[in-house]
Design a protein around this ligand. Structure first.
Ligand SMILES: *Cc1c(COP(=O)(O)O)cnc(C)c1O
Length: 218
């Protein structure tokens, strides 16, 4: 039962850790079941699938975009998205600013980092992210609200490596918080941890976990 899975996950979270239920590839009915059990934040990774779910499901759901986002897709999600967790370039940030202005919204975003060993993971290296922030261009963006960072750890059984990556995320969060966001009360989110590693993630400072298969697959 989705309800039981959801409650198990919620019961294992520390105070202050927010759950994004990752519903990608799962049908409308599955989201409805989690919704009926009280869940309101859901994560999706494809624009078209998200649009169908957004159109069909209750409007008090907060949708988080967690997949790779092409700039030409931003305009479709800008009117309703609650948070874009996967900002990996200044170019994408500019497009979000532009589309946010068009629909008169301030769009919450996270900076996506690549800290894993695997080549396949998306996101910015810490160096690329430092450059983006150093450019200062984001400071003039009135329709973008930078709320924190997001990352995925390597898909491995090596817990030491996973912890190393989560700790690197925590360190980098502290670094840029101190350098750029000390006065920004919304810069608080550390989004890391999935079904296989969210318990480790929250031990390493995550306050925003994205859990899919543990809730929706059985
Ligand atoms: C699919 C996905 C998740 C959830 O993964 P599970 O292993 O199913 O919990 C979390 N974050 C991102 C970015 C994803 O693509």
């Amino acid at each position: 039962m989705i309800k039981d899975n959801l409650n198990d996950v919620l019961a294992s979270l520390k105070d202050g850790v927010q759950l994004v239920a990752v519903s990608k590839y799962h049908p409308i009915e599955a989201v409805e079941e989690a919704y009926a059990a009280g869940q309101r934040i859901f994560g999706e990774s494809r624009e078209q699938e998200l649009r169908i779910k957004y159109d069909t499901l209750p409007k008090d759901i907060q949708w988080h975009f967690i997949g790779h986002l092409q700039t030409n897709k931003v305009k479709y999600i800008a009117p309703y998205i609650s948070m874009i967790e996967t900002v990996d370039s200044l170019r994408l940030l500019r497009e979000i600013e532009k589309q946010g202005e068009k629909c008169d919204r301030v769009i919450n975003i996270l900076l996506e980092l690549h800290l894993a060993q695997e080549e396949t993971k998306s996101g910015m290296t810490t160096e690329e992210c430092r450059e983006l922030l150093k450019s200062g261009e984001w400071k003039d963006m009135k329709h973008v609200n930078i709320c924190g960072i997001m990352m995925m750890a390597s898909n491995t059984d090596d817990e030491t490596e996973i912890r190393r990556e989560f700790n690197a995320a925590q360190d980098f969060f502290n670094e840029i918080k101190t350098a750029y966001f000390t006065d920004k009360k919304d810069f608080t989110i550390k989004s890391y941890g999935m079904s296989g590693d969210y318990l480790i993630a929250q031990e390493c400072g995550s306050n925003h976990v994205r859990v899919g298969s543990k809730i929706f697959s059985f």
